[in-house]
Design a protein around this ligand. Structure first.
Ligand SMILES: *Cc1c(COP(=O)(O)O)cnc(C)c1O
Length: 461
């Protein structure tokens, strides 16, 4: 049995506990001061269930760059997803879980030669390209690779656009690239695209799938028989988001443009799987009141409160800069009756750029109080740096008991991955929030849990 790092152990929640009660438990014991995460494995399992229900024809290949936590990868591997890797190290990390190389797509259209050689040596044969140079490199370094042409087809509205960096024009560039590939004797097997991360225009998938159809048809005039369509990433994953509309458009577009069931359809969701699974708790270590004096009366008022917390844009909140994430602060304590005042939240470093929330109404909080941030699982931890000596928060992984029952015997997870929560916690969220709702709280749509019958349909296959 593999020995699992204590840090990577999954703590099993009793029926009285949930993510918020665990946060309280940790925040209010042992003089906890460091910022920390709680990661709920059940959330990832429920997302997978949702994917399978909404997009039955589309095999998910999780985009490792989004959150490369070993536990996340192990859970997804257990559930049977494939993986989208962008580098040699990501490929090795996935292979280290005994995932077969044919469950990996090397979806970086611009790969260093040594990484292509590595893919060849371990048998990861599916790779994307969008330029001629890549074709010449692949011919030399991995002539048996199965190549996937990445086309550009952008959503008009997305959290982070990718089209300016990757994807050839499907009309003006793809035909020429395919002719070159053909003359080099390279095996091209299909088309991929990425409409943009955090896609807010579901119709973008229809345009992209239609464009991919045209590339399939052109390729067949060259003698290629494409059989892989890769829908890339872009699916939202935060609380209150849904992939229903996107799934509807994808399903109807597949019916229209790719009715042939022998075409393998995959996607590379990143954010969708992990965004809502991670909740971050930060501690207020300093407060500065900005005082304004009325020039006529000489009276002073507290115009604005600045809260300084122990994680910032160089740590987890790099997602503000790189991923254009909108941050919603949720005070952990119940401040019923407190007056709300204009406030801002700042990270711990000495850089003026290190601002987490610019302007928000918050109750009157004190040093030592906690602010919680949901939806912190995507594009946060892998990018965070301990700049200025502020450590990256530790992650506490939890799972409900039914999730544990479901996963415990499925490789690569083992019983050694789990331990019972040491201190039983009380379910506190409903009680303390029922009579108190912050005006800026996001609308919550809960995914139903405890649906074991549904789990069984796909987990054990
Ligand atoms: C980052 C990335 C993804 C994941 O995108 P999400 O928007 O997080 O789903 C998928 N495919 C490729 C090639 C990527 O670079």
């Amino acid at each position: 049995m593999k020995i699992v790092n204590a840090e990577e152990r999954v703590h099993i929640l009793d029926s009285q506990s949930n993510v918020w009660s665990v946060i309280r438990e940790i925040a209010y014991t042992n003089n906890q001061e460091e910022a920390f995460y709680v990661c709920d494995i059940g959330d990832i399992v429920r997302k997978h269930k949702m994917w399978k229900a909404r997009l039955p024809r589309v095999e998910p290949y999780y985009a490792v760059k989004c959150n490369d936590s070993l536990t996340v990868l192990e859970v997804l591997s257990t559930l049977g997803t494939g993986f989208d890797c962008a580098s040699k190290a990501e490929i090795n990390k996935v292979l280290s879980m005994n995932v077969r190389p044919d469950r990996i797509i090397f979806a970086n259209p611009a790969k260093p030669a040594s990484h292509i050689r590595h893919a060849a040596s371990v048998g990861v044969s599916r790779m994307t390209f969008d330029n001629e140079t890549e074709l010449h490199k692949v011919k030399k370094l991995y002539p048996n690779a199965e190549m996937v042409i990445r086309i550009r087809s952008d959503a008009v509205d997305a959290q982070a656009q990718l089209g300016m960096k990757f994807g050839c024009n499907p009309i003006t560039e793809a035909p020429e690239l395919l002719r070159i590939a053909r003359s080099l004797g390279i095996n091209v097997i299909g088309v991929s695209f990425h409409v943009g991360s955090g896609c807010r225009e579901p119709e973008a998938f229809q345009r992209a799938i239609s464009a991919a159809r045209d590339v399939f048809d052109y390729a067949s005039t060259l003698g290629y028989q494409f059989h892989l369509l890769d829908l890339g990433g872009g699916y939202p994953g935060g609380h209150g988001t849904s992939i229903d509309k996107i799934a509807e458009i994808i399903n109807s577009s597949l019916d229209e443009y790719f009715p042939d069931p022998s075409i393998e359809v995959i996607a590379e969701p990143g954010r969708f799987y992990v965004c809502s699974a991670y909740t971050l708790a930060c501690n207020i270590h300093s407060i500065r009141n900005v005082i304004e004096t009325d020039p006529e009366t000489g009276n002073t008022t507290n115009a604005h409160t600045m809260y300084y917390i122990n994680d910032g844009v160089y740590g987890s909140f790099n997602c503000i800069l790189y991923d254009h994430q909108v941050i919603v602060p949720m005070p952990l304590k119940d401040y019923a009756g407190s007056k709300y005042q204009p406030s801002s939240i700042w990270g711990p470093t000495c850089d003026g750029l290190d601002q987490v929330v610019e302007n928000v109404l918050l109750p009157d909080m004190k040093v030592g109080d906690w602010i919680v941030f949901e939806d912190m699982g995507a594009y946060t931890l892998p990018v965070a740096s301990p700049f200025n000596g502020f450590p990256i928060p530790k992650v506490h992984i939890v799972a409900e008991e039914n999730i544990w029952m479901l996963l415990q015997d499925l490789l690569p997870l083992s019983d050694d991955h789990f331990e019972m929560l040491k201190v039983p916690a009380k379910k506190m969220r409903e009680e303390s929030f029922s009579d108190f709702t912050l005006p800026h709280f996001p609308i919550r749509i809960e995914i139903p849990a405890n649906d074991d019958a549904l789990f069984e349909q796909y987990v054990i296959d």
